[in-house]
Design a protein around this ligand. Structure first.
Ligand SMILES: [Zn+2]
Ligand SMILES: [Zn+2]
Length: 338
């Protein structure tokens, strides 16, 4: 049987192609994809921005915010049933045996496979999951009030920001600044508020003030108003550049932390003494593990912390990519695959 998938054969060249359905083995699950979120990382992969990092090889089918239904499963697969709702994040699978895998840090496994790079991602009518990575969302939480296109962005935008805040040890008495109110930022605000922290949203776009308040922000400021921010425990930067985040160093309390989740490659400079004098931490967060994903899904869906999405038809992918590339997406662009 043939199916359709978008294939990036070389940087900046993505075309719709037909492939034969892959025969799954005893430990695999075949899913028919319903929706796939478009993450800014997909743009970096398609445009060749990360080629110097050595892990992107063409041809590939991107997409790592995948949600769909189980249509076939191998005989060793016992956690999911036909028609269960399952998804795929950045980490497709891993060795399960190394120090990272054994400590629920499989996103750092040296033998991990990345969805959309090493395996077919969600810009495809069908995808394959490994048994150990198949989480039946419908059995985990009640999804009656959720559309599938709203669940897809939890697999990267949700997972990345939830895990970042969890690893920053966010607490109810803290003051947290979220930089940027796009695909990642609008989820980060909701998580920060759910953890009980006083949450200040920064954006250069004053028109996003109402949205920030709707998402639960305690305060909204533009970067020109940084001096009004007071003292902060955490700065989470979802921005596509890093200079702005470094301007927050003077506003951090002792032991304060700046975490980057916008995966850009531009360089920054800072004076080590500015970190030493207050024991500050500069850190980053790469997606999350399976347990982080389960927590993200449970927390988001049971508290109704919804991604705000704009959907595009399958054939509209090039237009959708251009909108995301230009930063013009209405929060999260999601591809309707089938
Ligand atoms: Zn992503
Ligand atoms: Zn491993």
């Amino acid at each position: 049987m043939e199916y359709r998938r978008w294939v990036c054969n070389k940087p900046s060249d993505i075309t719709l192609e037909r492939s034969e359905i892959y025969e799954i083995d005893d430990n695999e699950v075949l899913i028919k994809v319903d929706y796939c979120g478009i993450c800014h990382s997909d743009i970096h992969i398609i445009d060749g921005d990360w080629n110097s990092r050595g892990f992107v090889n063409y041809p590939l089918t991107p997409g790592h915010e995948v949600i769909g239904k189980v249509v076939k499963k191998g005989k060793n697969v016992d956690k999911v049933d036909i028609n269960d709702i399952v998804g795929l994040p950045w980490v497709h699978s891993s060795c399960l045996d190394c120090e990272y895998c054994l400590s629920s840090n499989e996103q750092f496994c040296e033998n991990r496979k990345i969805t959309g790079i090493n395996t077919i991602g969600g810009y495809s009518e069908y995808c394959v999951l490994r048994r150990e990575f198949a989480i039946p969302v419908n059995k985990l939480v009640n999804i009656d009030n959720w559309k599938l296109e709203e669940i897809a962005p939890l697999y990267c935008a949700g997972l990345t920001t939830y895990t970042a805040l969890k690893k920053l040890n966010i607490k109810p008495m803290m003051r947290v600044a979220i930089l940027g109110l796009g695909g990642l930022g609008h989820m980060a605000v909701q998580y920060s508020r759910t953890f009980g922290a006083y949450t200040i949203v920064f954006s250069s776009d004053i028109s996003k003030k109402k949205l920030a308040e709707k998402l639960g922000a305690d305060q909204f400021l533009t970067y020109d108003e940084i001096e009004k921010v007071g003292k902060l425990d955490i700065v989470l930067s979802t921005l596509p550049n890093s200079e702005i985040a470094m301007k927050f160093i003077p506003y951090l309390k002792a032991y304060g932390k700046i975490s980057f989740v916008g995966a850009h490659i531009n360089e920054i400079s800072f004076q080590p003494i500015s970190l030493i004098s207050k024991n500050l931490v500069l850190t980053g967060n790469a997606v999350g593990s399976r347990i982080d994903l389960i927590e993200t899904i449970k927390l988001s869906i049971s508290n109704n912390l919804k991604p705000m999405v704009e959907t595009f038809e399958f054939h509209e992918l090039p237009r959708a990519l251009e909108i995301v590339r230009k930063g013009k997406a209405k929060l999260r662009a999601v591809l309707k695959v089938s």
